[in-house]
Design a protein around this ligand. Structure first.
Ligand code: GLA
Length: 679
């Protein structure tokens, strides 16, 4: 059976939003049907052009095994099509219905210490469960068959936030899947023994049948085993997603697919997954209590854009106001939701969606804000949402434009997993903190930056920043070395280039694969005690503080830019610079203060001749550029509280300020946004 004839007139006509898509998660099953007409009326009023529907609808469309009831969902789809709202249709598989875990308790995930996770929340399935995948793909097949020709169907939203609650499972079925995955990776048990260094602690395996996931053990489980388990777990989730994608491609080959990433999330390798998506999408929840939330957002947005080489992406979820899952959940102050939404667009998004359309009356998320709050439409949140929807609708020409960057920051999930393993010189190293410590000065200096995996072609960049790339494969090290040799500028931070793909130390002096390009060797790691700090003496005689980590650096061609001014390494290099080939490689052997990191990054950028999008930007003002067929747009976002005055290189017009004349100067209020163009 097909959706009602009323709307299924032109089978292949889709409701692709003409400009920046605007909308949110739509969960009509939480409401009586009388509310649905009001929903679409309000969507039109608020400029909603796209919703993502059906995310948690499995138990409603398949209330008993194999008994499908799509009639109510047909009406939802028809209503949306009738209102001209495109649907990013979820595959409904994010939360299995109660009957599935009752009939098949083996789908329930287990923790490393063998405890079963029960239903009652959501995402209670083992990613390796064959039964889960069979039922999920059966549902997806029915769904795709039913809505393939529905005019509201714009794209597919596979699953939802894969790995959010169950990124790993240690059950027997996962164990069997892990062994199969390992035998594919290594071929024979001898190769696995070699890769896992199992001669250590009598861990030699005789057959794959003896291998287990790293379950709770008396002491540190084998690090290479843990690393492979992180890879395997990421892959098991991806295989769930791909199993659904395969069904969708077969039935609806021309409908794009996506799945929403959870910001930049340790358990899901954005770069690996993005290659399987037609458009990258991400969820990010700015924290109004965090002064730097826009910097974290900036990083996540740059990762998401870069994951598909700069193509426009979707902000699939953000909150219109407060969330409900932090310890303290305050609303977004007036104007911040608009500002942070524009930030996504400024950094390349062509869609801004929220969780969720109508605030739930019951359930665990009833205190999570929504586009239509409990208080209805006469509320600040709805007014701000409506104003933003209309504002986006007024500038469709922005969609499809793209940005370019001369700087790139390298991020690698394999290295992240390996860096944060136990039994290291320090367990205080945190990949995201170090990445952000390097990203922040670039962001604050207004430098456009991509975030790329280490095997990406670097030739288009002038500056490459490498924070804590602990695990480094030889070919990637060679790529970094060649980048500098050809004239690139490289900034590398401590404890990088230490181990290979199997967490085995690169021998020949740390960091062996980077020694040549950095012009140094590290003799000893000297992590600092908790709260301990060191002096760092800079070339101009100033002293700053450092913490977390230090290393005994032995220069082998590199010059000293700053040295340790106290502690056991006093007088030895803390920051070095090496001219190599036609380029320069910098190395930071400790964690500098944000101010010292900013000064260093500024110096590196000057040497690399990498400049900001606009010079002379006031503090807290972010500037980005997007350009393409629709025009050339300079986005200015004032993340501060106070008004900011910006002088422009030429007279420009704010496309958001109707009728404004071109001007050389612009005043942005606190939280203000301008989108400037010379046309
Ligand atoms: C995630 C989920 C949504 C919702 C929001 C709440 O992003 O995908 O279903 O739970 O969190 O912030």
């Amino acid at each position: 059976m097909r959706p009602s004839d009323a709307v299924a007139t032109d089978a292949r006509r889709r409701l692709r939003p003409a400009g920046i898509a605007f909308g949110g998660d739509y969960n009509p099953e939480q409401w009586p049907e009388e509310v649905w007409a009001e929903d679409v009326a309000l969507m039109k009023e608020a400029g909603v052009s796209m919703v993502t529907a059906g995310i948690f609808s499995w138990a409603e469309v398949e209330p008993r095994p194999g008994a499908f009831d799509f009639a109510w969902f047909d009406r939802v789809m028809d209503n949306l099509a009738g209102a001209g709202v495109a649907v990013c249709l979820a595959t409904m598989t994010a939360s299995p219905p109660p009957w599935l875990s009752r009939l098949h308790p083996e789908i329930l995930p287990e923790t490393a210490d063998g405890r079963r996770m029960w239903p009652g929340g959501r995402q209670h399935y083992c990613p390796s469960s064959r039964v889960y995948r069979e039922h999920a793909t059966r549902l997806v097949e029915r769904l795709a068959d039913r809505y393939a020709d529905h005019p509201a169907l714009e794209m597919w939203h596979i699953g939802n936030e894969y790995g959010c609650h169950t990124p790993m499972c240690w059950c027997d079925e996962s164990a069997a899947d892990f062994r199969r995955w390992l035998s594919e990776r290594y071929g024979d048990i001898g190769t696995l023994n070699e890769a896992w260094s199992t001669a250590f602690w009598a861990q030699r395996y005789d057959t794959f049948g003896e291998v287990l996931p790293p379950r709770l053990a008396p002491t540190f489980p084998n690090p290479a085993q843990q690393l492979d388990f992180a890879r395997f777990s990421d892959d098991a989730l991806l295989r769930c997603c791909l199993a659904e994608k395969e069904v969708l491609r077969r039935i609806t080959p021309d409908v794009p697919v996506t799945t929403n990433f959870i910001g930049v999330y340790k358990h899901v390798d954005t770069f690996g997954w993005a290659a399987h998506q037609d458009v990258a999408s991400v969820d990010f929840y700015q924290d109004p209590y965090d002064q730097d939330t826009h910097i974290s957002a900036g990083f996540v947005f740059d990762v998401t854009r870069s994951a598909r080489e700069g193509r426009p992406w979707m902000l699939m979820e953000q909150a219109p106001g407060a969330v409900n899952w932090r310890e303290r959940n305050g609303p977004k102050p007036p104007g911040r939701m608009r500002l942070w939404s524009w930030q996504a667009v400024a950094q390349g998004a062509d869609a801004v969606l929220y969780f969720q359309w109508r605030q739930s009356r019951g359930g665990a998320e009833k205190y999570h804000s929504a586009m239509v709050p409990h208080g209805g439409t006469d509320t600040r949140v709805f007014r701000e949402v409506r104003a933003l929807g209309r504002e986006f609708a007024s500038v469709p020409q922005i969609a499809g434009t793209r940005s370019t960057a001369e700087a790139a920051l390298v991020l690698d999930w394999n290295s992240w997993w390996a860096l944060e393993l136990d039994s290291h010189p320090s367990t205080a190293l945190d990949q995201m903190k170090i990445a952000l410590a390097h990203y922040r000065p670039l962001f604050e200096a207004g430098i456009a930056c991509d975030v790329v995996p280490p095997d990406r072609d670097l030739s288009g960049y002038r500056l490459v920043v490498v924070p804590n790339l602990y695990l480094l494969k030889e070919p990637d090290a060679e790529r970094l070395t060649a980048f500098v040799r050809r004239g690139g500028h490289l900034l590398v931070s401590f404890f990088s280039g230490i181990v290979d793909d199997c967490d085995r130390v690169h021998l020949g002096g740390y960091p062996a694969p980077l020694r040549e390009v950095l012009g140094l060797r590290i003799e000893e790691f000297w992590p600092l005690a908790e709260k301990e700090t060191l002096d760092v003496r800079h070339a101009d005689g100033t002293i700053s503080r450092a913490d977390l980590w230090s290393e005994a650096v032995v220069p082998e061609g590199a010059g000293t830019v700053a040295e340790f001014g106290s502690g056991p390494l006093a007088g030895q290099p803390a920051v070095t610079r090496h001219s190599f080939g036609s380029g320069t490689a910098w190395y930071v052997a400790t964690r500098l203060t944000p101010e010292a990191m900013r000064a260093l990054t500024d110096e590196v950028c000057r040497t690399a001749d990498v400049g900001p999008v606009l010079t002379g930007l006031p503090e807290h003002v972010q500037a980005t550029v997007r350009a393409g067929d629709g025009g050339h747009f300079v986005f200015l976002l004032n993340h501060g509280q106070e008004p900011a005055e910006i002088t422009l290189p030429e007279p420009m017009t704010d496309v958001l300020a109707q009728g404004a004349a071109p001007a050389h100067r612009i005043t942005l209020p606190g939280a203000g946004v301008a989108v400037l163009t010379t046309r």
